[in-house]
Ligand binder design. Structure first.
Ligand SMILES: O=C(O)c1ccccc1NCC(=O)[C@H](O)[C@H](O)COP(=O)(O)O
Length: 250
């Protein structure tokens, strides 16, 4: 009787299936641009489906809050409450009120973007207060950070990273906007470059299109990549979440 040899093993990579919410619907954008939405129905149904498939994390984004076109706060709280898994919340968390609402959902951590660029003193304060519950999203075009729903330039990636590191930021979520929602593969070079200048864990985001992309990201675990967010590829059924989890289970 023949047996199938195991494939090449890669280090375990955390996977964070994404639910991005716009106007009450689960959507995916291209390059994070407002107006490029493809709708995938109920955010709660999408999140429950990822949980049923074995996800340990959910990456949940309030796009309206990120763009400043309103918010989906009640729905985000409902989805988070329905999860038995860890939840990372992103989108429009920029002041005490939005932070308090996000943390009150019981999410595991929040992901700050614009605030890290525009309100450095406040961000230093909340990093000191909340430690590991605060991650910072470093969303870049080239090496220029983008804030306000990725619509405005917000400074240099490496200068900002050095500042946040010195303030004790626990984790970074790194997105190459040019890749986001495009199924063109992750920017591995960017991930390596960020890992080279920080000892803090990095979560990769944007562009994952295949199981091989996930395996390629997993090869960067020894350099500091901890996880990968997967959005469009799951909605487009490029692979199943079960397959993805098996591919990078270590
Ligand atoms: O996270 C944000 O705050 C945000 C703001 C504005 C536009 C997009 C934003 N997030 C997008 C995501 O986090 C995606 O879910 C993630 O990058 C997945 O990308 P992909 O796998 O390429 O669909």
């Amino acid at each position: 009787m023949s047996s199938v040899p195991p494939g090449p093993s890669v280090p375990k990579l955390e996977l964070l299936p994404a639910v991005d919410v716009r106007d009450g619907q689960a959507v995916r954008l291209v390059h994070g641009e407002s107006g490029t939405e493809t709708s995938y129905g109920s955010p709660l149904e999408a999140a429950l489906a990822w949980q049923r498939s074995g996800a340990e994390w959910l990456h949940l984004v309030d796009l309206d809050a990120a763009f400043g076109t309103g918010d989906n706060r009640a729905l985000i709280a409902e989805v988070t409450d329905a999860m038995d898994i860890k939840v990372e919340l992103s989108g429009g968390i920029r002041d005490d009120a939005s932070l308090a609402a996000a943390l009150a959902t019981g999410c595991t951590r929040v992901n700050l973007g614009t605030a890290a660029l525009e309100s450095p003193e406040w961000v230093a304060k909340i990093i000191a207060e909340h430690g590991d519950r605060i991650a910072v999203g470093l969303d870049v075009r080239g090496t220029t950070l983008r804030g306000r729903g990725w619509t405005r330039d917000g400074g240099d990636l490496y200068e900002t990273l050095a500042r946040l590191d010195s303030e004790g930021c626990a984790r970074y979520v790194v997105t190459d906007i040019a890749k986001d929602g495009t199924l063109q593969g992750p920017n591995l070079e960017l991930l390596k470059n960020v890992c080279a200048v920080t000892d803090k864990p990095v979560v990769a985001s944007g562009g994952v299109s295949s199981l091989d992309d996930l395996r390629a990201i997993a090869t960067l675990v020894p350099e500091g990549v901890e996880g990968a967010i997967v959005g469009k590829a799951l909605y487009a059924k490029a692979f199943t979440l079960e397959e993805a989890l098996a591919a990078v289970s270590g």
